[in-house]
Design a protein around this ligand. Sequence first.
Ligand SMILES: Nc1ncnc2c1ncn2[C@@H]1O[C@H](COP(=O)(O)OP(=O)(O)OP(=O)(O)O)[C@@H](O)[C@H]1O
Length: 302
Amino acid sequence: MTPETRHVSIRDVTFSYGAVRALAGVTLGISAGEVVALLGPNGAGKSTLTHVMLGLLTPGIGRADLFGMRPQDAVARGLVGAMLQDTGLMRHVTVREVVGLVAAQYGRAALTGGILREAGLADLGARRVSRLSGGQRQRVKFALAIAGDPRLLFLDEPTAALDVAARHAFWEDILERAGRGRTIVFATHYMEEAEAYANRIVVLQGGQIVADGPARQIMSRVSDVTLRFTDPEAREEELARLPGVLRVKGDPGDRWELVTSDQDATLDALYGASRRGVRDLEIIRGSLEDVLMALAKETGLP
Ligand SMILES: Nc1ncnc2c1ncn2[C@@H]1O[C@H](COP(=O)(O)OP(=O)(O)OP(=O)(O)O)[C@@H](O)[C@H]1O
């Protein structure tokens, strides 16, 4: 893939706010149609990276390009849309007026009704922005981000404050865009959304990328699996000796819980060695949240 076809190209970017180093040597390339989730604890650098990608912050070291040009130029050409956490909205105009104004800047004033529908605002066009709820304001921000049907969309915690139905509609819209080759980069603290909707997850910690890949691949970095089963005759010492077993927990109802680093070896031994019946086996894999915690321990970064 040539650099020109990259929608986002970040090379060795370091950014500091005075003495606080927010990004330290970040390199990241994102191509057309990718849906990328930026994950990481508070203060990891997600918003800073988003601001660098948008050209709102200029890195001290390294370089950021969108579509092979400076981010500011890509933004000026209408290639980029963004929904940021701290964006204010004009308050004393109606929803239709504010969305229509931005759509007009992209030569899409006639499409305002469709944009309102896509953002779940069809019934709120005549409402003043100052009278909206938090979730409704969030939808207005989304409408503004998509008003120009941008090829690249940055979303910082887009579903915070949205109710279940609005979230669902939001993700349907995002996946439809990605299907048309639009590129989406979103920062979130909702692991289940990253897992369900992103085809790539980038994990930031202490201003560095510590993992980058599809959810499944990132989750495979923590191979521990929990096995739960019922076995009235099992003894704790015996289970602890099975290959791969790291920990054993039992309870009075003969329900056991083993954590294993080698699921196949443990199961083979469990069924092979057991002359009893192991019943109601459940296999529980680590969640993305577990993986992030494990990565934080492994890297020691904040
Ligand atoms: N304007 C600023 N001035 C000084 N330090 C800042 C500023 N903005 C962010 N920081 C610091 O830079 C680091 C990265 O912050 P950033 O907002 O990028 O993190 P984040 O991953 O988006 O966090 P969150 O999940 O809380 O939104 C943090 O240590 C933060 O305190």
